[in-house]
Design a protein around this ligand. Structure first.
Ligand code: UDP
Length: 321
């Protein structure tokens, strides 16, 4: 049985990766310090002999017993409000955490796939963003802690590949959504869904003309799985190129949820908020034979039930809980 180590296993993407590797018949070892992850994302895996979990902070020394075939390094705060609240932890997990995981990969002779991000492109001056674009990042702005941590992650991963011969893969992940996102993670989709379901104002930042391109989580996991098994070591964009303005996105969610009280309200645009974002996925198409299968309409339909359920549970809890 092949063995895979997944950091950030209790997070949104980490937990979906755990499910995928279990389904593929792997032994899965999950690690998470639960800073932004949640045990509820992986509790269904605890009865399985194929699954182990360690509550550990990977910025500290990581010891793993036994052999490893693969490492999936997904630990990091990933939403703007999280990394604004936890700037030092964000930098440490991207830098020290990545260094530790590359060390484990080298010691075990394991292949490691690291999670990078479209944020390496910053507020992009090229559109759509291809892997050849070097980006437009403000290192000292509020998003710098995440953007530069992930740029360091890519640099040290390439150094381990070139200098130590470690087998590495780098995925640049664009906006992704689906069940298990934290309702209060501050990102646009959970925020809009919860506001629409509660019949509140959907907080559009700026005039809502900025764009994003949203990928359904199952598509993303498929792309990442294929990248891991490919022989390509340079960064690959994985995301859905279907682009939409944030204002139009809010209107779509209001229509889908159907709460007549929901409406758009406008708030100031956060500093350094990227104005446009769309992945060029030519590389993923040609190297991995991958492209998204789930349209936004279908993906949102599959996700709305999750948010309704979580908010129903929250509403039924007593105040003090
Ligand atoms: N946004 C918004 N209202 C919110 C949260 C986010 O209008 O309540 C906007 C935000 O300014 C950005 C886009 O939605 O332009 C996506 O933000 P998110 O935090 O989801 O992630 P980002 O893509 O910026 O990392």
């Amino acid at each position: 049985m092949k063995r895979v180590l997944i950091t950030g296993a209790a997070g949104f993407l980490g937990s979906h990766l755990c499910d995928r590797f279990i389904k593929e018949g792997y032994h899965v070892i999950g690690i998470d310090n639960l800073l932004t992850g949640s045990m509820s994302n992986i509790e269904h895996l605890f009865p399985l002999k194929q699954f182990e979990f360690y509550h550990h902070d990977i910025t500290k020394f990581v010891h793993v017993a036994g052999p490893l075939d693969y490492i999936m390094h997904f630990a990091s705060p990933a939403s703007p409000i999280d990394y604004l609240k936890m700037p030092i932890q964000t930098l440490k997990v991207g830098a020290l955490g990545t260094h530790n995981m590359l060390g484990v990969a080298k010691a075990k002779g394991a292949r490691i796939l690291v999670a990078s991000t479209s944020e390496v492109y910053g507020d992009p001056l090229e559109h759509p963003q291809s892997e050849e674009y070097w980006g437009n990042v403000n290192p000292v702005g509020p998003r710098g802690v995440y953007d530069e941590a992930k740029r360091f992650l890519e640099a040290i991963t390439m150094a381990y590949h070139n200098f130590h011969g470690v087998e590495t893969r780098i995925v640049r992940i664009f906006n992704t959504y689906g069940p298990r996102m934290r309702v209060d993670d501050g990102r646009v989709l959970p925020t809009f869904f919860s506001q629409a379901i509660r019949g509140e104002g959907l907080t559009v930042f700026g005039d809502g003309s900025q764009t994003r391109s949203f990928c359904y989580v199952d598509d993303l996991i498929e792309g990442i799985y294929r990248l891991l098994l490919s022989d390509y070591h340079l960064p690959v964009n994985i995301g859905n190129p279907e682009e939409i303005t944030i204002k139009a996105f809010g209107e779509e969610i209001i229509e889908l949820v159907g709460n007549p009280k929901a409406h758009l309200v406008y708030k100031p645009l956060p500093v350094d908020d990227p104005k446009i974002r769309q992945p060029d996925i030519s590389k993923a198409r040609s190297i991995l034979g991958w492209e998204p299968q789930v349209s936004r309409a279908e993906g949102l339909e599959r996700t709305v039930g999750y948010f309704q359920e979580v908010l129903r549970e929250e509403a039924s809890l007593p105040e003090s809980a």
